[in-house]
Design a protein around this ligand. Structure first.
Ligand SMILES: CCCC/C=C\CC(=O)SCCNC(=O)CCNC(=O)[C@H](O)C(C)(C)COP(=O)(O)OP(=O)(O)OC[C@H]1O[C@@H](n2cnc3c(N)ncnc32)[C@H](O)[C@@H]1OP(=O)(O)O
Length: 301
């Protein structure tokens, strides 16, 4: 383990994909996009917010090493940041990205789903629902700058945004791989997939647990653009400018018209969905499958 700014970060996470070497190039790209030195950042331990008040845009960076897995803490901090931005009239759009190299988000934190109490599972699932509803229905324009792998819950975050830009790198796979872990995506994740790629492609990807490489993700419509790694954030900001050219009230009403029926399916039955998750994840067979998967991940490391 290496110690960095008070965080315990595995050395291999820092070395991943030549992160240190690429840091300078990415900082240059950020500066070119107007988000370099001098910008006052805020946020929390795991969510960094880089505001550009003049543009009305905030870049929201997940920074929960080693892989931005969606722990209860990360979910909670992200909800708080989004709520703040949603309620601040300075901002009209957010770019959601990762502060880590090579990983956007590893999806749900599997340690939250293994060996915990039913009460914990329920609290965790409520936090995930809350994040999804807030992001999916946000009045802000949301662009995902997907600069790393984005399986399962990571893919859900991207699908909840209005537009997706993915880095063109073999490690930047994205998709709903739940079935490969022996678990099942919730119906609202399925709905998001269907709304984005259509029923047939969603069904295949969900059943097979497909992780799409960038070209395939673009072909199927899971992402809107694939660009070189060092252009992900600047491309996301350029896309944002196009979306912000539309008057907010018209765009927001249209977004709500498109998305509210999907969100309402969950919003109206949240507690039943929590209970269904708790009883599913508490099953011995599911606990065993998740533990085996987690152990394999750890052995790989
Ligand atoms: C029940 C219904 C729920 C349905 C909804 C959503 C389901 C999910 O989201 S389940 C999670 C699915 N996610 C995955 O399958 C991704 C698993 N991770 C990976 O494939 C790789 O870690 C990844 C490609 C993201 C990054 O690869 P590397 O850069 O090579 O990192 P490592 O694999 O070495 O991992 C480092 C470290 O992190 C731990 N890890 C990874 N993913 C998770 C996770 N999702 N939850 C918890 N912990 C995770 C991994 O075990 C390593 O730990 P250490 O060995 O202790 O360092």
């Amino acid at each position: 383990m290496a110690l960095m700014a008070g965080l315990r970060v595995p050395a291999r996470a820092l070395l991943r994909s030549g992160c240190w070497l690429r840091g300078a190039a990415l900082a240059g790209a950020e500066a070119a996009a107007g988000l370099g030195a001098g910008v006052r950042r805020f946020g929390s331990q795991r969510v960094l917010v880089e505001p550009d008040p003049a543009a009305g845009v905030a870049v929201v960076k997940l920074k929960s090493p080693p892989v931005n897995s969606l722990s209860l803490e990360l979910l909670t901090e992200l909800v708080i940041s989004l709520e703040k931005l949603d309620n601040d009239k300075t901002f009209r759009g957010i770019v959601l990205t990762s502060d880590l190299c090579g990983v956007f988000s590893a999806g749900l934190d599997l340690t939250e789903l293994c060996g915990r109490s039913p009460a914990h599972y329920a609290e965790y699932w409520r936090a995930l629902q809350e994040l999804w509803l807030r992001l999916y229905l946000s009045g802000l324009v949301s662009v995902a700058a997907v600069n790393g792998a984005s399986p399962a819950g990571g893919c859900l975050l991207c699908l909840s945004c209005d537009y997706r830009v993915l880095a063109d790198s073999p490690s930047c796979v994205i998709g709903p791989n739940e079935t490969r872990l022996g678990i099942v995506a919730p119906f609202w994740f399925k709905d998001c997939m269907v709304n984005t790629v259509g029923h047939r492609a969603a069904e295949q990807a969900l059943q097979l647990g497909t992780l799409f490489p960038p070209a395939e993700a673009l072909r199927v419509g899971l992402v809107d653009q694939v660009v070189p790694e060092d252009q992900v954030q600047s491309t996301a900001l350029a896309a944002m400018a196009r979306w912000l050219a539309i008057p907010d009230h018209a765009r927001q009403l249209t977004k709500s018209m498109m998305r509210k029926p999907t969100a309402d399916r969950l919003a109206k039955h949240r507690e039943a969905d929590v209970q269904s998750f708790v009883s599913f994840v508490s099953r011995d067979s599911i606990q065993k499958a998740l533990q085996t998967y987690l152990e394999k991940l750890k052995q790989k490391g």
